[in-house]
Structure formats: structure tokens, C-alpha cells
Design a protein. Structure first.
Length: 130
């Protein structure tokens, strides 16, 4: 008898839990705000000081890659002609704005945002996931 009561309680509890998730929620189109999704730039994104590419990727320090005549990094790399200071070695990108973390440009108020990725337009992290 005791087992039947426990079983009934478990069944009723389970039905109660499942029923809560079935409520239809009304959403107002006016309250919905679409924000462009940010690329997969995280605190772990590091630019290689030797080539300007994301460190550890297949493009990083690729022997066959063409070098930029102006900055000597890999042409088209995230750091190519962006004025990134590599004097202290590899640099981390800020996951919020795409600039070099801790630099003067990092999370600067009023900086123009890219409509494609939401990062600071023209930053090394801008459209990095594309």
C-alpha cells in the first residue's frame, strides 16, 4: 500500500512538472529586439605576433601564406594593417569589442559598431567568425 502511494505521488509530481512547460506564452512583436549575434570571439582568441592570424589555427604561420608589403604580417589576417602592437608577443582580443584587450581602443564609448558582427567596426575581431 505504501509503495502505491509513493508511486502515485511520483506520477502526479511528474504530470505537474510536464504541464508547466506546456503553457503557451504570448509574445509581443513590439517588445522583441533583434540584436546581431556576436562572432565566436572569446577571451581565448589570441593573435600570433609572428603572422597576425589567430594563434593555433591552420592559417597561423602557414609557410605558403602571402605576406603584406605594408605590415609584413599575413595578408588579410585579422591584424593585417591594423596597427596591433606585438612588441610584447601575442595579443588577446576583447570578447566585447574585438579590439586588443586593454588597449586605448578597447571598449571605447561611441565606437562605431559593425552591423554584421556587433564588434567595433574595423577592429581585429570584426567579422572574425566569417
Amino acid at each position: 500500500m505504501r509503495n502505491c502511494v509513493v508511486l502515485m505521488l511520483v506520477v502526479l509530481f511528474s504530470i505537474g512538472i510536464l504541464g508547466v512547460g506546456c503553457e503557451k506564452k504570448e509574445s509581443s512583436k513590439e517588445s522583441e529586439v533583434k540584436v546581431p549575434s556576436a562572432p565566436s570571439v572569446t577571451a581565448a582568441v589570441v593573435l600570433c605576433a609572428k603572422c597576425g592570424e589567430v594563434a593555433g589555427t591552420p592559417k597561423c604561420c602557414a609557410a605558403e601564406a602571402k605576406k603584406c608589403d605594408k605590415c609584413s604580417l599575413i595578408a588579410g589576417s585579422p591584424a593585417c594593417c591594423k596597427g596591433v602592437d606585438f612588441t610584447k608577443g601575442n595579443v588577446n582580443l576583447c570578447p566585447k569589442c574585438g579590439e586588443v584587450a586593454g588597449s586605448d581602443k578597447c571598449c571605447k564609448a561611441g565606437a562605431e559598431k559593425c552591423t554584421g558582427c556587433g564588434m567595433t567596426k574595423g577592429s581585429p575581431g570584426c567579422c572574425l567568425a566569417k
